[in-house]
Design a protein around this ligand. Structure first.
Ligand SMILES: *Cc1c(COP(=O)(O)O)cnc(C)c1O
Length: 423
C-alpha cells in the first residue's frame, strides 16, 4: 500500500467525504500532493507528474514562480492581515483596470464563488429586476444563484443542481443553450437583471464560442436592458492579459476574475461600469463584505503575478498558444492513428479531449461523450507521470513553466495512453 492510500484512509475518517472539494476525488483514491515546482507536482510517494491541471488553471506562471514567492515572503514579514485599506489594494485595482478597460471600478474578494455571487446580487440590486439568465453547463461557483444546471463537479457527479439549494433562487434563473443565440433571445424578458456567461466554457471540458456568439449575447442582453456579466474566473489572465473580452472584443458590464489572478494565492475580483459598481455598499445599497477581502498576502501575490504577466506579455501568451496547439494536435493524431473516435477542443493554453464523434459545442454534446473512457485515459496518464484533471468536465492547462521536456513527456504519455485505450 502506498502512502497516498494510507493518507486517504486517514482522511476518510477526518475530512468530510474525504476531500475538501469534490473534483479532487477519483477512484480508487487520489494521490496526495507533497510539493510542486514549475510545471510539475510530486506525490506523497515521491513520484513526479507533469502538472496539466495547474490548480484548475490558477498556476498560469507555474508553481513557485520566483516573483510571486518573493512578493509573498516580503509581505509575510510585514503582517498577514489588517482589515484596513492598503496601498496595495489600490495598485492591484489600477493594474486590473489597465488590463480590463471595462472594469472601471474593482472590488477584491477571495474566491470565484464570491465574485459571481456579488456580481449577480449587484446586477439585481442595480437594475431592480429579479431574474438572471445563465447558460446550461456553465459553472459560476458553488452558491445558490448559480447552482442550476452547472458544469464542473456538479455535472461530473450527475447532480442537476445541489440538494439544499433554494428553489426560490432557481426559479429566478432561466437557462439558455451555449452557442445558441436564439435560445437566449427566448429566455429574455423585462424581468432579467443580467445574463451571465463563461465567455469560453471551461467547466464542461473546453467549449469555445462560435464566431459572433459573444457579440450576439451582448446585443441581446442590452436590447432587454439587462447587464452582461462575463465570468472570466478561468479565462482572465489566461487567454491573454485582457482575458476573453480582449481576445473576442466584447465589452461586458461586469467581469469576474479569479484563478490565475493570484499566482496561486486565494484572491478574486469583480469590476465593471462605474455607475454599476457604485451601487456597492458603503456608497450604494448592495451589500458585499468579507474579512479576508484584499488581504495583503494575496494582494502582494496578485500584483506580482499581474506584473509578471505584463512583463512576459504577448510573447508568453503566443508561445503557450502554439505549444497547446501542438499538444492538442498530437493528442488528436494519437487517437486517430488507433482508430479512436474523438474530438479535441482548445482555446489558447487550455484544451480537452472528448471521446465523441460529434462536435462538442454545448452541454448536451459534452454529456454525450464517453466519460468512462476519459476516466481511463486520465488513469493511464497518471501511470505515465502526467496529471490531468480526472473529470471529462474540466480543462487541461499549460503553464509558462512547462519545459520542452515536460511537453515531450506529456505528448509521449498521451500517445502511449491512447494505445492502452485501444487495446
Ligand atoms: C472555478 C470557477 C468559479 C468558482 O471559483 P472558486 O474560486 O472555486 O470559488 C467560478 N466561475 C468559473 C468559470 C470557474 O471556473
Amino acid at each position: 500500500m502506498d502512502r497516498s492510500a494510507r493518507l486517504y484512509e486517514r482522511a476518510r475518517r477526518a475530512v468530510a467525504s474525504g476531500v475538501n472539494s469534490p473534483v479532487r476525488h477519483y477512484d480508487p483514491y487520489p494521490f496526495f500532493a507533497e510539493r510542486a515546482s514549475g510545471g510539475a507536482v510530486w506525490d506523497a510517494d515521491g513520484r513526479r507528474y507533469v502538472d496539466l491541471c495547474g490548480a484548475y488553471g490558477a498556476m498560469l506562471l507555474g508553481h513557485r514562480n520566483a516573483a510571486v514567492v518573493s512578493a509573498v515572503s516580503r509581505q509575510l514579514r510585514r503582517g498577514t492581515l489588517y482589515c484596513m485599506p492598503t496601498a496595495g489594494e489600490t495598485e492591484l485595482a489600477e493594474l486590473i483596470s489597465r488590463d480590463y478597460p471595462s472594469m472601471r471600478r474593482v472590488r477584491l474578494v477571495n474566491t470565484g464563488l464570491e465574485a459571481t455571487m456579488a456580481a449577480i446580487r449587484l446586477a439585481r440590486g442595480h437594475t431592480g429586476r429579479p431574474k438572471i439568465v445563465k447558460f446550461d453547463g456553465c459553472y459560476h461557483g458553488a452558491h445558490d444563484y448559480a447552482l442550476v444546471r452547472a458544469g464542473s463537479g456538479v455535472a461530473h457527479y450527475g447532480l442537476a443542481d445541489s440538494a439544499g439549494s433554494l428553489r426560490a433562487a432557481a426559479r429566478q434563473t432561466r437557462l439558455a443553450r451555449y452557442n445558441d443565440a436564439a435560445s437566449l433571445e427566448a429566455a429574455m424578458d423585462d424581468g432579467v437583471a443580467a445574463v451571465i456567461v463563461e465567455p469560453v466554457m471551461a467547466n464542461m471540458g473546453v467549449i469555445p464560442p462560435r464566431r459572433g456568439f459573444l457579440r450576439s449575447v451582448a446585443r441581446i442582453a442590452r436590447s432587454h436592458g439587462a447587464l452582461l456579466i462575463f465570468d472570466e474566473t478561468v479565462t482572465g489572465y489566461r487567454l491573454g492579459r485582457g482575458g476573453a473580452q480582449g481576445a473576442y472584443g466584447v465589452r461586458p458590464d461586469i467581469t469576474t476574475l479569479g484563478k490565475a489572478l493570484g499566482g496561486g494565492l486565494p484572491i478574486a475580483a469583480l469590476g465593471g461600469r462605474r455607475d454599476v459598481m457604485e451601487s456597492l455598499a458603503p456608497m450604494g445599497p448592495v451589500y458585499e463584505a468579507s474579512t479576508f477581502a484584499g488581504n495583503p498576502v494575496s494582494v502582494a501575490a496578485a500584483i506580482a503575478s499581474v506584473r509578471e504577466a505584463a512583463r512576459l506579455g504577448a510573447r508568453m501568451y503566443a508561445r503557450l498558444d502554439r505549444e497547446c496547439a501542438a499538444l492538442a494536435s498530437s493528442v488528436s493524431d494519437a487517437a486517430a492513428s488507433r482508430g479512436i473516435v474523438h474530438t479535441v477542443n482548445r482555446a489558447g493554453s487550455m484544451f480537452q479531449v472528448f471521446f465523441s464523434d460529434a462536435p462538442v459545442t454545448d452541454r448536451d454534446s459534452a454529456m454525450a461523450a464517453d466519460r468512462a473512457r476519459f476516466a481511463r485515459l486520465a488513469a493511464l496518464l497518471r501511470e505515465r507521470g502526467v496529471f490531468v484533471p480526472p473529470s471529462q468536465f474540466e480543462a487541461s492547462f499549460l503553464c509558462h513553466a512547462h519545459t520542452r521536456a515536460d511537453l515531450a513527456r506529456a505528448t509521449r504519455a498521451y500517445g502511449d495512453a491512447m494505445g492502452g485505450l485501444a487495446r
